[in-house]
Ligand binder design. Sequence first.
Ligand SMILES: NC(=O)c1ccc[n+]([C@@H]2O[C@H](COP(=O)([O-])OP(=O)(O)OC[C@H]3O[C@@H](n4cnc5c(N)ncnc54)[C@H](OP(=O)(O)O)[C@@H]3O)[C@@H](O)[C@H]2O)c1
Length: 241
Amino acid sequence: MARVLITGAGRGLGLAFVRSCLTRGDTIWAGVRQPEKSPQLTELKAKYPQELHLVPLDVTDAAAIENVWQQLHKEAGALDLLINNAGINSMSADAGGTAAHLRLGELDSNRMLAMFHINAVAPLMLAQRCIDLLATGDNPRIISISSWLGSLANKASGGNYSYCASKTALNMLMRALALEVISKGIITVIFNPGWMQTDMGGPRAKLTPDESARGILQVTDNLTASDAGRFLNWDGTEHPW
Ligand SMILES: NC(=O)c1ccc[n+]([C@@H]2O[C@H](COP(=O)([O-])OP(=O)(O)OC[C@H]3O[C@@H](n4cnc5c(N)ncnc54)[C@H](OP(=O)(O)O)[C@@H]3O)[C@@H](O)[C@H]2O)c1
């Protein structure tokens, strides 16, 4: 019965985390930019009014992060699990609505930095703000959703600069955090969720987001201090850096 904060909870993998956590009896603070655009989340809120709290959260907005901390401090007192899930890829509307981030010759530094902010820096900013809540939580963990495309061992394809590098940066930031906050008893790991059937992954993907979310939560439940800073697949196997 953990107290869980999930970012990007309105659709895709984030929504699947909400469903899985509710099923096992957790209390969830679901970070979402526009709840009215997620009928599934609104339906879940009607079904689980006590267990599901909707919190406005654009992860790049420092004031929104502060408000989330205030709400958690007041309503939960502590946090047991932070799930840094929100992210965009080169095709997302937030990236400018085109695949320009994929192509040499069309790269734009401002758009690259915006993607770095959402995918890499924002998860660390949120974790930083929530450290005191996590430090007093039960068996506290921070998990961050990365990608095989952030792995330096990935040789499958070139291009896709912004997404790949932002996930590599996320990996390093979270590894550095993991090695520091283990002294507070907080276990931090990075997950590759696999190729999933979401808006980002598309319909041809192999996994459903529910399968990935369930796998990640099961692995997360069984983490020990010696796992801090590892890069894992959704099924718990090691992912190469
Ligand atoms: N799908 C795959 O195959 C795949 C593979 C590897 C890794 N991943 C990673 O898995 C995570 C979830 O991906 P997904 O497939 O569920 O993607 P998705 O269906 O495109 O959903 C992305 C989520 O991130 C949220 N988001 C984007 N920018 C945000 C911001 N500035 N503030 C707060 N929330 C923001 C979106 O919120 P809105 O609804 O408000 O836009 C949405 O909830 C991402 O980190 C992604 O990089 C996915």
